[in-house]
Design a protein around this ligand. Structure first.
Ligand SMILES: Cc1cc2nc3c(=O)[nH]c(=O)nc-3n(C[C@H](O)[C@H](O)[C@H](O)COP(=O)(O)O)c2cc1C
Length: 190
């Protein structure tokens, strides 16, 4: 199972990074292949809402703004599952996560059931390293995005500074179980 861990914090050793590392460990423990993609290392600009609101995303399901989004979109199509880890900023996803999810949603939600993410499991993680407030609206927005691209919310997890240790365990366990379930169902279907 090819799992992309998509993280979206500028910090390389913060709470988000620890959550992504736990997801990587879980995927590997389950027997899957994990690759972390740090959105802040890429150049993925915000959606420009081309034309009168829709660009090529509506009919061609590709984004006409050319930057690192195109190669990332191609990689997304290949993967079997995703762990989306965002720091909580203002009770929402971080800016790099928003830019990426906005553009991907436009390309994939417009494909309906043919979405490249259709029925693929997603674990969403909201890392709230400040007050601890805002995880619920952040995860609500993530859940809505998952529904729009026709993926499956396997789990949605909130992590706070003081819940860090036991929630890292939960991320590890969720990622491991997601992979094991997938591999078992592949085995049954073969
Ligand atoms: C612009 C901004 C907004 C933030 N808003 C929140 C918030 O609403 N709730 C919260 O608990 N922490 C908030 N934080 C703190 C981040 O969630 C915290 O830095 C978190 O640990 C991010 O992950 P990191 O350790 O990878 O940076 C905010 C941080 C920034 C930079």
């Amino acid at each position: 199972m090819d799992v992309l861990i998509i993280s979206s914090s500028p910090n390389i050793d913060g709470l988000t990074a620890a959550c992504a590392a736990a997801a990587t460990e879980g995927v590997q423990l389950g027997g899957g292949k994990a690759e972390e993609i740090r959105l802040n290392d890429l150049g993925v600009d915000m959606c420009h809402a081309c034309g009168n609101g829709w660009g090529t995303c509506q009919k061609e399901h590709e984004c006409q703004e050319v930057d690192d989004f195109q190669s990332l979109h191609a990689r997304i199509k290949q993967a079997d599952a995703y762990v989306m880890v965002t720091p909580v900023y203002w009770g929402d996803l971080s800016e790099s996560a928003k830019a990426f999810t906005d553009r991907l949603r436009r390309c994939e939600a417009t494909r309906g059931e043919e979405s490249s993410l259709s029925n693929k499991p997603v674990i969403g993680v909201a890392a709230a390293g400040g007050s601890g407030n805002g995880t619920l609206p952040c995860l609500t927005n993530m859940e809505r995005w998952i529904q729009h691209v026709r993926a499956r919310a396997y789990d949605l997890l909130a992590v706070r500074r003081w819940s860090r240790d036991y929630m890292l365990e939960a991320i590890r366990a969720a990622s491991q179980t997601m992979v094991q379930e997938y591999l078992l169902s592949e085995e049954k279907n073969s």
